[in-house]
Design a protein around this ligand. Structure first.
Ligand code: MLT
Length: 406
């Protein structure tokens, strides 16, 4: 009989957000009259910005006319969108990234998950702890780890993010090949300074390692001294891949548009020690495994980069940040330590008790869904993550309910 990829069996029983959703469904079934407020998964609640919506409609209309109809597009995306992204997200911030280094996709989850395919199974991988589970699980499925024991996979290097280091990972103490970083961080919401990022970039250049930098939440940065892109750090172009998404800033979680930046000149070695361009490998991978995004979605996405679009996206992220501020204020008032929420839609709360116990308490007693820190790794123990993606009224109500039970 054909054999399975045995590595899949190493995965924990279920994906964190599926696990949480099942608990919420069970709670709703048992308590049909209770209104649950969701501050769990980072899913946006506000509709698409007006500029995006009208471009989306126009794109659909073009598909209705033989003269403007489009069939297969370029897998890496239409130039009209890639050019706008390169200009607005990078060149205007002083980062030297060109349109042909941008690869559009349907999500940063897929891209951060798929990118590990480019590297050998011997690559030593470092991940933060707590961590967005996709970085870990895709390396597990790929076969780059041993079994899961005592809350961690053997073979991975965990970079601990604890209260005493401000939840910013220290540099790895052993030599690693691939380093996953995420700033503003999911789940903790903290943001690294230029200096902290520079240390990672310098290490990667010294060790000939690659940084996979997830910047899906960079539109929430308000402290202008903080870098929006890793390419604002000198030398990062040589060693870093950056992942961006329109999900959280422009409300595309249901519409789907993201992109990955693969600068020319980022290389890794083949078996003979020759340097191979990752740009070339990712292009090969994407053209063989990915069909590109739909034309109307790319039209909609390009409206994000118009003057109106930029203003509307700013207003949307301001809206969620205002919720985040409310959450932070209330959590601190209740006497709990927390980080995040100022340059991020996530607030990481030190509950000083088991995180699934805290999750169950908030769900069962307050009817509020959070995300238990444990689900993001060993260092998440004792914490929960609260997300600011909801209406202001719901966040207000959730905080009142939480105050009553804590
Ligand atoms: C999260 O809640 O961590 C995110 O929504 C997950 C994701 O974007 O895939």
């Amino acid at each position: 009989m054909i054999k399975i990829n045995q590595n899949f069996l190493k995965l924990k029983a279920s994906y964190l957000f599926v696990d949480i959703a099942q608990r919420v469904v069970a709670f709703q079934k048992a308590n049909p009259d209770r209104r649950v407020i969701k501050l769990g998964i980072g899913d946006v609640t506000e509709p698409l910005p007006e500029a995006v919506l009208s471009a989306f409609h126009a794109g659909v209309d073009e598909m209705a006319d033989r003269a403007t109809f489009r069939g297969y597009g370029p897998e890496q995306g239409y130039p009209f969108l890639r050019e706008r992204i390169a200009l607005t997200d990078f060149q205007q911030r002083g980062a030297d990234i060109s349109a042909d280094e941008i690869f559009l996709s349907d999500g940063s989850k897929c891209d951060t998950g798929n990118f590990q395919e480019l590297f050998s199974l011997e690559a030593k991988v470092a991940v933060p702890d707590p961590v967005y589970p996709v970085y870990v699980d895709t390396n597990v499925m790929g076969g780059r780890t041993g079994p899961y024991r005592d809350g961690r996979y053997e073979g991975l290097v965990y970079l601990e993010c604890r209260p005493d280091n401000g939840y910013i990972p220290d540099l790895p103490e052993e030599s690693v090949d691939l380093i996953y970083l995420c700033f503003p961080n999911n789940p903790t919401g903290v943001m690294a300074t230029r200096e902290q990022l520079r240390q990672f970039v310098d290490l990667a250049r010294r060790e000939k390692a690659i940084i996979l930098y997830d910047a899906a939440y960079c539109a929430f940065i308000r402290d202008e001294s903080l870098p929006h892109s890793i390419y604002e750090i000198p030398g990062a172009r040589e060693v870093a891949i950056e992942f961006r998404s329109l999900s959280k800033n422009a409300g595309f979680t249901g519409t789907r548009c993201a992109y990955t930046v693969v600068p020319k000149g980022v290389t890794a070695a083949d078996e003979e020690g020759n340097e191979v361009e990752l740009h070339h490998l990712w292009m090969s991978r994407q053209s063989r495994k990915f069909n590109g995004l739909s034309y109307p979605v790319q039209r909609a996405a390009s409206a994000v980069y118009t003057e109106d679009g930029q203003k509307q996206v700013r207003a949307l992220t301001d809206f969620y940040l205002n919720n985040a501020k409310l959450i932070r204020r209330n959590i601190l008032r209740l006497g709990f330590d927390c980080v995040g929420g100022d340059n991020s839609p996530y607030i990481w709360v030190n509950m000083e008790r088991d995180s699934w116990t805290a999750f169950d308490l908030l769900l069962n007693e307050a009817g509020v869904v959070s995300t238990p820190g444990d689900g993001f790794g060993k260092c998440g123990k004792g914490h929960i993550r609260l997300s600011a993606f909801n209406s202001y009224e719901n966040v207000e109500a959730a905080m009142e309910r939480i105050a009553r039970v804590l």
